[in-house]
Design a protein around this ligand. Sequence first.
Ligand code: ZN
Length: 109
Amino acid sequence: MTQQGQIQMDCPKCASKGKVTVHQSINVSLDPGLREKLFNGEINVLHCAECGHDAFISIPLLYHDMDRKFMVQFFPFSLIEEKGFFGPIQQGRGDPEDGGHPAENQTRL
Ligand SMILES: [Zn+2]
């Protein structure tokens, strides 16, 4: 499923107000046009009508390609650097000395 919404934000360069469509997940099997937009750098980008500046919006984005059985979750660096971001993932690994098998915990698509 493709999830999107509109947000208002100021251009970081000239501070004029603009509206931008942001995607939290895109499904390129259902919306093939989004794949091209993503690789052209047109997804989650504020294009300022006043000064022409392109500002990338740092939000997590899920890329889902059902035909190729391919799924990628994008996280902005600013979010990854936050304390505790990897906490839930590391807790879920299990401890081999307690009889856990980390390799078997990998999610299959
Ligand atoms: Zn601008």
